[in-house]
Write a protein of this length. Structure first.
Length: 201
């Protein structure tokens, strides 16, 4: 009898959690169209920060090429060109609610325009696994160029057991370059030799 009660109780808990999760998903699905409409209205009203927050909420509920496009357009209006290129490129490649051919052409034209305001750098580091930071923030450039806004930037590469390297870049926009960082191993530590203390006896 106790086993039966325990089984029924456990089944009831699982059912309750599943039902609660389903209800939450239904609520998020119902909110998605309203959130998207609100985001578009804020965007056309020139309230780009508010539009970005709403597009982000819609993307978290139902990620798709359309929400990525909205985020990319917001970043473009805020003049965050590197972020906008990343978002619009992701939108072009995303198959969830894929962009129409016309919207893809529009996004590609906007990307070409923004690349004139950015520097593109293909980064190669040695040893493998060395970490790159840009202006103090970690940067992941695996398989894609590093996009930098116009201005001065400090690139730093570090790896345990190697001497770090830094490079200052002055980005003017439109340049495409290859950058190589070959770290040099730290010299082996020289053991400290302690001279014997002369005996006073």
């Amino acid at each position: 009898m106790l086993r039966l009660i325990s089984y029924l109780f456990g089944f009831g808990c699982v059912w309750f959690v599943a039902a609660l999760s389903h209800a939450q998903q239904m609520q998020e699905t119902a909110e998605y169209p309203t959130t998207l409409v609100d985001a578009i209205q804020e965007y056309h009203a020139g309230k780009y920060l508010e539009a970005g927050a709403l597009f982000q909420r819609a993307h978290e509920n139902q990620p798709s090429a359309r929400t990525l496009r909205g985020l990319g357009l917001v970043e473009y209006q805020l003049k965050h060109h590197a972020r906008a290129v990343q978002m619009l490129t992701a939108a072009i490649n995303d198959t969830r609610k894929a962009l129409t051919p016309e919207l893809k052409l529009e996004a590609e034209a906007l990307i070409r325009k923004m690349l004139a305001y950015l520097g593109q750098y293909r980064i190669a580091v040695s040893p493998a696994g060395a970490t790159l930071t840009v202006d103090g923030s970690p940067a992941d450039v695996s398989g894609q160029p590093l996009l930098l806004e116009v201005g001065e930037h400090l690139l730093s590469v570090r790896s345990p057991g190697y001497q770090p390297q830094e490079r200052q870049l002055n980005v003017r926009g439109g340049e495409t370059e290859d950058l190589h960082f070959d770290l040099v191993q730290e010299p082996p530590a020289v053991p400290e030799v302690i001279a014997p203390v002369p005996s006073l006896l």
